[in-house]
Write a protein that binds this ligand. Structure first.
Ligand code: SF4
Length: 462
């Protein structure tokens, strides 16, 4: 298989060449998300909250076996059916089993990145089930046949014009329909889907071990409907989503909302506590919770990368990342994009498959500054890069160039002579050199300083 690296670079280049408007859509949306996050952090003692949240998640992860057992017992006590999925095929098997036993023909889904990771829509459609995404952004990209571009805003790469055209074609709305009219058309189309669905599938933002509560945050009410209207509710929950106590959940609901969208808390919070009980007017007859590993245990055993499992999928690192902002998520080539995708991909996909996503970063550290659970993203990126070199996964030309650079940098005279030669080289020749050629193709060509840094330094300190 062709290395992932070239696919990533080519995909980014192709996207920006063929659809240059994506950069404007993504930048506008992520800038707004980040401004809301900054304002919301400013309303609380965010540093203190973030340290607390990082501590809770680290504690859970270092006692994961105990908390998983506790969560399983609590879920069963609530009347939920608990399933364990070791990988995507295991999860698919569980879903197919429920579909077959319960004669499920129609499914509505709430937004769930884990379901994207597991390819749930394909699994269900392959056995003849009609699947409808009900989050507005997910609904748009499902109609377009695309994957999500962002953890929180799956359709942020699409403009209002794109959606007008799509809905005119699919739902018969006017070509100049207002955003409100477009939302109303989607709502009307989805209402029938909720009322006729046999099963609702959601993710789970958190699972409280103490009480067996699956917590879901949203803004549109579609998750509330997906968990309560169909007769069966299936929640797909990554094993890293545990929290010890209900008390912890209160803090995480607020911090995650602030980091994701700048809200004090999402418009709707659903706390799923098992199936409908006698005398209750609504709710599902069955609740299934599928606890999914799919590489997480392997990640947990890694003494550097394990910290990525603290992630609450808020998207704040994507919103502030100067690399992600240029292209959105699609060129990353898999479900998790941006900084969190770049550190999770090697753990969950394998390093060779994930390269060069750990290189898709300027290491500016802005992601870590905003992360609500203080994941040291640049440190983990560097660890993956070092491992790629150690495993011989970096191209030979790059290794030779860096070896030559290291040899020169260790010899001041050679380094100075190389710098002088570079400065003396005519710009036309300089910008045709292999690395600079790529750089200069789309940017202002590199113009070296007339004096070397060491000379400027000497002048400065004399
Ligand atoms: S790494 Fe941090 S900032 Fe990024 S999505 Fe996860 S929790 Fe949010």
């Amino acid at each position: 298989m062709e290395p992932h690296s070239r696919e990533y670079r080519r995909a980014a280049e192709a996207l920006l060449r063929e659809r240059p408007e994506v950069r404007a859509s993504v930048t506008a949306a992520t800038t707004a998300f980040d401004e809301h996050r900054a304002r919301a952090y400013g309303e609380i003692d965010a540093d203190r909250w973030r340290s607390w949240a990082a501590g809770v998640k680290s504690h859970v992860l270092s006692h994961l076996d105990t908390y998983l057992e506790q969560a399983e017992a609590s879920l069963r006590e609530n009347g939920a059916v608990v399933h364990w999925a070791e990988d995507a095929e295991g999860a698919a098997e569980i879903l197919r089993g429920i579909v077959e036993r319960e004669s499920v023909r129609r499914v509505v889904k709430g937004k769930s990145m884990l379901s994207e990771e597991l390819g749930v829509n394909h699994v269900l459609e392959a056995v003849g089930v009609h699947v409808r995404e009900t989050d507005l952004g997910e609904y748009i990209i499902q109609l377009l046949g695309e994957a999500p571009s962002h953890i929180v805003g799956p359709a942020i790469h699409r403009s209002l014009e794109d959606v007008r055209e799509l809905f005119a074609r699919e739902l018969g709305t006017a070509r100049d329909a207002s955003p409100d009219a477009l939302a109303a058309a989607a709502r009307a189309a989805l209402r029938d889907e909720f009322l006729t669905a046999d099963m609702g599938i959601t993710g789970g933002n958190f699972l409280v071990a103490e009480t067996g509560t699956v917590a879901l945050i949203e803004n549109e009410g579609n998750i509330r409907l997906s968990t309560s209207t169909p007769r069966i509710h299936v929640a797909l929950v990554g094993i890293e989503k545990l929290l010890p106590r209900l008390h912890d959940l209160a803090g995480f609901l607020q911090l995650t909302s602030r980091a994701a969208t700048g809200q004090a808390v999402g418009n709707f919070v659903s706390l799923v506590q098992g199936p409908r009980r006698d005398g209750e007017p609504n709710g599902p007859e069955q609740v299934h919770v599928v606890l999914v590993d799919n590489g997480r245990t392997r990640a947990l055993a890694d003494d550097v990368a394990w910290e990525a499992l603290r992630c609450v999928r808020c998207g704040a690192c994507l919103n502030i990342c100067p690399v992600y902002r240029q292209t959105g998520g699609h060129p990353y080539g898999w479900v998790y994009s941006g900084p969190i995708g770049a550190i999770l991909a090697p753990s969950l996909l394998g390093l060779a498959e994930a390269l060069p996503l750990p290189h898709a970063s300027s290491l500016c550290g802005a992601c870590t500054d905003v992360c609500p659970v203080r994941i040291p993203i640049p440190e983990i990126l560097l660890a993956w890069r070092e491992r790629a070199v150690a495993a011989g996964l970096v191209p030979a030309t790059e290794r030779s160039a860096l070896k030559a650079y290291a040899a020169a940098a260790a010899r001041p005279r050679v380094f100075g002579a190389a710098g002088a030669a570079f400065r003396a080289t005519p710009a036309r020749v300089r910008n045709a050199l292999p690395l600079l050629r790529d750089w200069s193709a789309g940017r202002t060509p590199v113009e070296p300083s007339r004096k070397p840094f060491r000379a400027l330094w000497q002048e400065g300190i004399e």
